[in-house]
Every structure is written in C-alpha cells, then in structure tokens.
Ligand binder design. Sequence first.
Ligand code: FAD
Length: 288
Amino acid sequence: MKVSQVYKEKKDKKVLSFEIFPPKKDSELKNIDETLAVLCELKPDYISVTFGAGGSSNCNRTIELARKIKHEYHVEPVVHLTCLHYNKAEIDEFAKVLSDAGLENVLALRGDKNPNFPEKDDFKHASDLIAYMKERWNFCFLAACYPECHPESDGVVNEIKHLKTKVNSGAEVLLSQLFFDNDIFIRFQENCKVADINVPVIPGIMPVINAAQIKRMITMCGAAFPLRFQKIIHKYEDNKEALFEAGMSYALSQIIDLLASDIDGIHLYTMNNPLVARKICEGIRKII
Ligand code: FAD
C-alpha cells in the first residue's frame, strides 16, 4: 500500500512509523530478524529502511530488508534512496528491483556529500530524483525536511522554497530530521502551511539513550539542545541505566506533547533497538 494512502485513511488517527538501518555485517543479520519480529509486533503503519551513503555495499541490504518487512512480516516498508552518487541508468536499475519486489514507497534523498565518493551529474537535489522517477515509475514518494534547516541551508526562506519545490515535484509525505525542541517543529510546520505545503509533515523523534550517541548528535546533526534536556543529560551521563530511562522519558514527553498538536503522525528513529520502540509504544498506546 502507498504510504500517502495510509495518511489519508487514518485522517483522524495518528500514523506511527519506525526507521531502521540495515546491518553492516553478515554476522548481524540474525539480530535484525529478532529486531524486526519485535518491531512488527508493535504494529507500526510502516517501517522505513535507510540507504548507505554513496556507493556503500549496504544498498542491496536495504532492498533485502524492505522485501522481508513486506513479504515476511506484512508491514509496509519505505525504501530510502539517495541520488547524488548515481546516474539515471543506475537509479532506473534500483527502481526496477524495487518495483519487481512489489515495493511501493521511496524516501527520495539527495544524500550527504562525501569526498570519498565522486558525485555524478544527473541529480543535484532530491527534487530532481523525485521528478525523474515520477515520470517513469509508479511509487509513492516521501522526502526529508529539516525543522532547524539543513546544514547547507542559506536561510529559512530558501529552505522552505526548496521544500515546496520537492513537494511540487511529487513528494507526498515529509519526514523530519530529529529535533529536541517541539516549539521549533511547530514553527516549522506553520511555515510550511504559510508556503502552501499541504502534505503531511511528520516529526522525527530519536530517543537519546547513551552518552556516545549524545556526543555524535552534538557534532553531526546540529539540533538545538534545550536547557531542560541538557540538565537531564548532564545529571545522568555517568549512570547508564538512569540515562536510558531519562532519555526515554524525554522522548516520550516530546511525543505526547506533539500528539496533542495538529500532526498526522510520529516517525520514530528506533536505532534498531526494539526496547526503545516497545517502551515508546507502551507509553502512547492509549493516546495514539
Ligand atoms: P535536498 O532536498 O536536495 O536538500 C539539500 C540542500 O539543498 C538543502 O539545504 C536544501 O534547501 C537545498 N535544496 C534543495 N532543493 C534545492 C534546489 N532545487 N535548488 C537549490 N537548493 C536546493 N542519508 C543517507 O545517506 N541515507 C539515508 O537513508 C538517509 N535517510 C534520511 C532520512 C531522513 C528522515 C532525513 C531527514 C535525512 C536522511 N538522510 C539520509 C540524510 C540526507 O541524505 C542528508 O541530509 C542530505 O545532506 C540532504 O538530503 P535531502 O534529500 O534533504 O537533500
């Protein structure tokens, strides 16, 4: 089923989606089966599977995993697909494999620039990928959005203008980068409405549950860390179990607050951790 349809059919209810990444090593393939079994038991409306950055050998695993989610676990998958390091013929090859496997949903991305992988000329932005594929293939397209602007952004106005281009190209659902301050997301959602972006704009939530992850977040994603959150992390950073509980509680309170606002769903970055997904689902079971 196309994910855009899921949002239409659940109009008065919230859509719950999970994100997972394919294992890097063969030895982790068994774990992913155990993870999937728990995640699918929680009955998300769909699960998206990330795609390795430019030229990574993990790309085939993305498709394999998506195929498994659909045909073995009977949950709708969304396949992430980046374009900066591919040409049109290569994208068509991927599209054919996806289509032959009965996969109907693509999160179309530009992908990060990476000096180790040469960029190709056919696609400069996600909107180019969506426009190209939409003419040839019958997928539902999702796209990424950034409540705190993309790191390469030249300002909110242009960021929203480019997002509108993505939607005009055919993106039917927007999944957001993680954030820790709900007010920032609500303001972004309002800016989207002002710009006449009328597709679901879905908040992406990542529970912060360990110290290494926090350090990675600070250097990589540029999300604002509200003082309230900083205090919690500072207080529990040396106590693994307490930090896990505190991080989960923070994410849960973010989600509950968002569910009380005008949103169509929640996209949970599960980090392939079934305990995280289970705890969040238990926390919102009665209200979603
Ligand atoms: P774009 O939409 O092309 O935007 C990139 C920048 O260019 C932005 O500043 C934008 O404002 C600007 N821009 C966009 N269109 C135009 C235009 N027409 N003209 C001029 N400027 C423009 N990466 C992976 O490698 N694999 C994944 O699986 C993956 N999954 C992700 C999932 C989510 C939900 C999110 C939020 C991100 C994900 N990423 C993933 C990261 C993503 O690939 C990077 O953030 C990348 O740098 C930008 O991708 P994009 O599709 O948003 O690019």
